[in-house]
Write a protein that binds this ligand. Structure first.
Ligand code: NAP
Length: 482
């Protein structure tokens, strides 16, 4: 089918879907979750065949997907997320002040690119799609070519939910392509109003490029590249080395490192305690089990990138698993110095996979210079005792400028889906650091503020009517009330 026809259908469906009341929209999201739950077994089996991910991980991801849908359903049932603000008229003031009422309204058809590393939670019925549908926008999903059958099954479950809840037929559409042609056409199509993407820096930048070339530019919310720096402070290294080595070996190798929050850069001051920690961490990495990566392209990129990193000046191996005979990727921990890191851009790049680089700094000034040389990140982590956090406040403050999420004494892998989560960060972590792609605030990517001036109740959306039929929290004449 032609992309033009798909986008025309999406635009017509949007005209109807944006009128659907929040309670019905919520029921639709809940129906998608129920249909996915019904298909759990076949979804897990198919995704396992297509991605090499184990059943336990895939089951967990399905639960995350249905939980996300429920979270957005609850958000729109409650309703206050529309950020309603009412400034009532003051006819007696000079000059007379008109009645002005503002809320967030959906933008229009959105294109979502499925991610390779999350066949469920960041793909077809994943967080991007759930947030678009919750906002009242329609969606065209470009399934990821690494798991086409899984994507189609999830889409079929969504179609069941459309028919069971009487939503407009083309509220959700799906295209598949093993090349860039359809994705490019979708972004360039004049009826597309926004794009959601998780993947490579190269891919995200290409989509941003298409969007800016259009006669009417549109936002691309791309989550791309992050090495998630972790700073290990001296007292923690002295007192907690064995636990830290276990925790971080598990985090670096989790899911073969195929997480955007993988801790790819570990930073510390040179010391005996650091050497002891690295000895333990290297040994823990060496004893991990090599596994196949998501697809051949990712596997080849990892193998090539790993060799490229190890060929850099002043980069040495700390620990690795034995090179497998089969197609598995093998985890590696490497090290370098602050001086070498500052002089070499290659070392600052993301290597997607079970790999981490340790940078040893000769003093505090070098550690600060290393942090200042970094680009934007999704996360940054502080590993420190109370003594450390009291002593290193300036470094921790610097870390908080780098990323959307700053973590204390926990590894960065594991992104909780909740209202306060920020999964975003300055470029190149994402294309727009004002937004998150995980958690309920992700809905804000697909809406725009609109104010109604001098409108009677009969012509206003429910959220702005005088009697507040949904009973939501609103700002009325500068006071919150419901
Ligand atoms: P990708 O190459 O960026 O592809 C993601 C999606 O975007 C695919 O559907 C792809 O379509 C599409 N795409 C890419 N470039 C495009 C272009 N120029 N025009 C139109 N569409 C385009 O990511 P991937 O296949 O998932 O993995 C490749 C690498 O991305 C990994 O090795 C890793 O470095 C990185 N990655 C990072 C994250 C993260 O969270 N930071 C997550 C996943 C992957 P086609 O495949 O059909 O061309």
């Amino acid at each position: 089918m032609q992309i033009d026809q798909i986008m025309q259908q999406s635009a017509s469906a949007f005209e109807a879907y944006k009128q659907v009341k929040p309670a019905q929209r919520a029921a639709f999201l809940e129906a998608i979750a129920a249909e996915i739950e019904k298909q759990r077994e076949i979804l897990v089996q198919t995704a396992g065949e297509e991605t090499n991910l184990p059943a336990a991980r895939l089951n967990g991801e399905i639960t995350r997907t249905t939980t996300q849908l429920q979270l957005f359903a609850n958000l729109i049932k409650e309703g206050s997320w529309v950020d309603a603000v009412i400034d009532t008229a003051k006819p007696d003031s000079t000059p007379a002040k008109p009645d002005i009422r503002r809320m967030l309204l959906p933008v229009g058809p959105v294109v979502v690119f499925g991610a390779s590393n999350f066949p469920f939670a960041f793909s077809t019925a994943g967080g991007d799609t759930a947030s678009v549908l919750a906002a009242g926008a329609t969606v065209v999903i470009k399934g990821h070519p690494a798991h086409p059958r899984t994507s189609l099954l999830a889409f079929t479950a969504m179609q069941q939910a459309i028919s069971k809840t009487n939503m407009p037929e083309f509220t959700v559409q799906h295209v598949a392509d093993a090349g860039i042609t359809l994705g490019k056409e979708l972004v360039l199509h004049p009826l597309t109003t926004g794009v959601g993407f998780t993947g490579s820096l190269q891919g995200g930048k290409a989509l941003m490029g298409y969007a800016s070339q259009r006669e009417t530019p549109i936002p691309v919310f791309a989550e791309m590249s992050s090495i998630n720096p972790v700073v290990f402070f001296p007292d923690a290294l002295k007192s907690q080395a064995p636990q830290l080595a276990q925790t971080f070996a598990a985090s670096i190798t989790l899911g073969m490192g195929q997480f955007c929050t993988n801790p790819g850069l570990l930073i510390a001051l040179e010391s005996e305690a650091l050497e002891n920690f690295l000895h333990l961490l290297g040994a823990a990495i060496a004893s991990s089990v090599p596994q196949k990566m998501l697809h051949t392209g990712i596997q080849q990129a990892y193998v090539k990138g790993r060799a490229h990193m190890l060929s850099q000046e002043a980069v040495t191996l700390v620990g690795e698993t034995e090179k497998p005979v089969g197609e598995e990727a093998w985890p590696a921990l490497v090290r370098s110095t602050g001086t070498a890191f500052l002089a070499n851009q290659v070392l600052k790049e993301e290597l997607f996979g079970p790999y981490s680089l340790v940078v040893t700094c000769k003093d505090k000034a070098e550690l600060i210079a290393v942090l200042k040389s970094l680009k934007g990140q999704l996360t940054t982590t502080v590993i420190g005792t109370e003594t450390d956090t009291a002593q290193w406040q300036d470094v921790i403050a610097l870390q908080s400028t780098l990323a959307g999420r700053i973590i204390l004494n926990q590894p960065p892998t594991g992104v909780e889906v909740c209202s306060a989560m920020v999964h975003g960060g300055p470029f190149p972590a994402t294309s727009d650091q004002r937004f998150t792609s995980v958690g309920t605030s992700a809905i804000k990517r697909w809406v725009r503020p609109v104010c109604f001036q001098n409108f009677p109740d009969s012509l206003l959306p429910d959220a702005l009517k005088k009697d507040n039929p949904q009973g939501i929290w609103r700002m009325v004449d500068n006071q919150f009330s419901r």
